[in-house]
Design a protein around this ligand. Sequence first.
Ligand code: FDA
Length: 303
Amino acid sequence: MHKLNRDFFLYLSKNKLLNKNAKRWGLKLGASKVVAGLTIEDSLQPLQELNESGRMITLDHLGEFVYEEEEAIEAFQSSMEALDFIKENDIDCYLSVKLTKLGLDVDEGLCMKHIRALLERAKQYDTMINIDMEDYAHYDQTLDLLDELRKDYDNIGIVLQAYIHSGVEDTNRLKGMKIRFVKGAYKEDASVAIQDKKKIDEHMLEMIKTHMLNESYTAIATHDHELIEKVKTFALENGIPREMFEFQMLYGFRNDVQLQLVKDGYRFRTYVPYGKDWYGYFMRRLAERPQNVAFAFRGMLSK
Ligand code: FDA
């Protein structure tokens, strides 16, 4: 049943017509619980409250799979404005970006121009840009572009997905980089991605341990309390300093656990999405957890 549910919502997440129409709907179906606002200005209060509670932030201007140059330029400008906004309002935050949103499928050169400009601005503001990992169709290209960018910038981070078979190898290859480890949110073929949930969990732990032992900064992005406990124990047993890792969760999920981690003295960052293009992001969250469906239906009735 869970697999059916997952496939259904992942299918919906990629529906172009629904993605397009949802931009006109405003935040519906309960999306306002997991998306901070339609504009960056709307998001200011949640951002300030997160910082006040001891949580750092990574901000994501929602949007992906952009195929028009004009849209990619617009997305780039919004991300530049987001950097200015963070700086002006003194928010402890960096940006997470998706390369397809900055024009990867339109023209790789345009996308690189955009990401370089963002990295420059972020450097001026003493912050960083983290590149989200998207579907496998963009995996190798994203890592190749990262290699190019790393030559010129050190304020850059990347995401590795634990369902990808080559995860440990890629972790070792990126020794020294800031990496966010996630399980992986897209529907991928068994030829490239592990399908068994338990095996993905084990693989994620192995990748995290590898990066920590490589003395590289590690972000553990999960809502999975069992995995979090295993990482805490490993860090303690292996003398990994707390400044060398952080936990991350999505905005609106497991707020109690987020606050407890802060209280226990761990570095913690909330991933905060905002913007009109909320639909694909929200459908992937529904795919991950059947309980989120009930949450969405309640939202549908109340909004
Ligand atoms: P998973 O969904 O496997 O849950 C494991 C267990 O944790 C559950 O069985 C349950 O016991 C508990 N649990 C989980 N959620 C709960 C809840 N809300 N309430 C109570 N219990 C709960 N993906 C990607 O492909 N590319 C990317 O760039 C990113 N970026 C990213 C950033 C951040 C900060 C996060 C947290 C996640 C991502 N992801 C991502 C998404 C990621 O790949 C993954 O799909 C989701 O995090 C879901 O997997 P989890 O590890 O959270 O646990």
